[in-house]
Design a protein around this ligand. Structure first.
Ligand code: COA
Length: 260
């Protein structure tokens, strides 16, 4: 694995855990950290030994408390657009990754932290987590996809409210709004993510990747999601795993999927 300054990476039983590791700054995302996340996600795309991903934050207080405000304060209209576009590109890589990615939200997920969690395919939160898009307090708006993904995940009315008030919500409220899949105690957080991923890892990897594509297609304006689904369905039917899955069912045994 490459060496990282702001991330910890650990691969165990096919699950890569990416920990944002700037605990003294509540894991705020500076430019270098965003670049490193891009490298790490590229590794996920490229390395067949990585089957699934958990993204979390170091320490017990924060997942990620936002983009680094010290860096943001230096932005001008000249470089701000590329700042936003570069972050958006990395978060879209996460969203489009064909291996499942879960955010283990262990504390504050604010601004870019909430946006990072929303780019993941699912979110599990510990009961001390807090979510919010507080950018309006800084004279800003989200720049890493937050206005789009929050609206997709919780609907227009609540997204408008959270984005305009900048208020934080609890993990339980985030669950009630559909932002979070499960709420756990802090010690149960990581094991719950691993349980979910291990369940998914027993399924056909190609089919799982195509599910991700098809669900993402709902939110991609230039794509006909039904067509994407039909094409993906056909792709599954020409795979070895389809043969294996259907044969195993008929032979009353567990399938042994290979991803082909
Ligand atoms: N960018 C840069 N540094 C940050 C940060 C951010 N987004 N969030 C926290 N930090 C730093 C603080 O400056 C502080 O550093 P210092 O010890 O060198 O002064 C350290 O992390 C601890 O934060 P602190 O504010 O002292 O903790 P707290 O418990 O009092 O408050 C928060 C926690 C999350 C409520 C508060 O840190 C906060 O509001 N952060 C900014 C959230 C935000 O607006 N995010 C969106 C950015 S676009």
């Amino acid at each position: 694995m490459d060496s990282y300054e702001n991330l910890l990476l650990q691969l165990q039983n096919g699950i890569l855990t990416i920990t944002i590791n700037r605990e003294d700054k509540l894991n705020a995302l500076n430019r270098d950290t965003v670049k490193e996340i891009k490298l790490a996600i590229q590794q996920v795309y490229d390395d067949p030994a990585i089957k699934a991903v958990v993204i979390t934050g170091a320490g017990s207080k924060a997942f990620v408390a936002g983009a680094d405000i010290a860096e943001i304060s230096e932005l001008s209209d000249v470089n701000a657009r590329s700042f936003a576009e570069q972050g958006q590109e990395v978060f879209t890589m996460i969203e489009r990754c064909n291996k499942p990615v879960i955010a283990a939200v262990n504390g504050f997920a604010l601004g870019g932290g909430c946006e990072l969690a929303m780019a993941c395919h699912m979110r599990v939160a510990s009961n001390n987590a807090r979510f919010g898009q507080p950018e309006v307090n800084l004279g800003l708006i989200p720049g890493y996809g937050g206005t789009q993904r929050l609206t997709q995940l919780i609907g227009k009315s609540k997204a408008m409210e959270l984005l305009m008030t900048g208020e934080m919500i609890t993990a339980q409220e985030a669950h009630d709004f559909g932002l979070v899949n499960y709420v756990t105690t802090p010690p149960e957080l990581y094991p719950r993510c691993v349980d979910l991923l291990e369940k998914i890892m027993t399924k056909a990897p190609l089919a799982v990747g195509l599910v991700i594509d098809c669900v993402n297609a709902v939110y991609t304006k230039d794509e006909n999601g039904y067509q994407t689904e039909a094409n993906s369905f056909a792709r599954c039917c020409s795979s070895e795993d389809f043969l294996e899955g259907t044969s195993a069912f008929l032979e009353k045994r567990k399938p042994a999927f290979t991803g082909r």
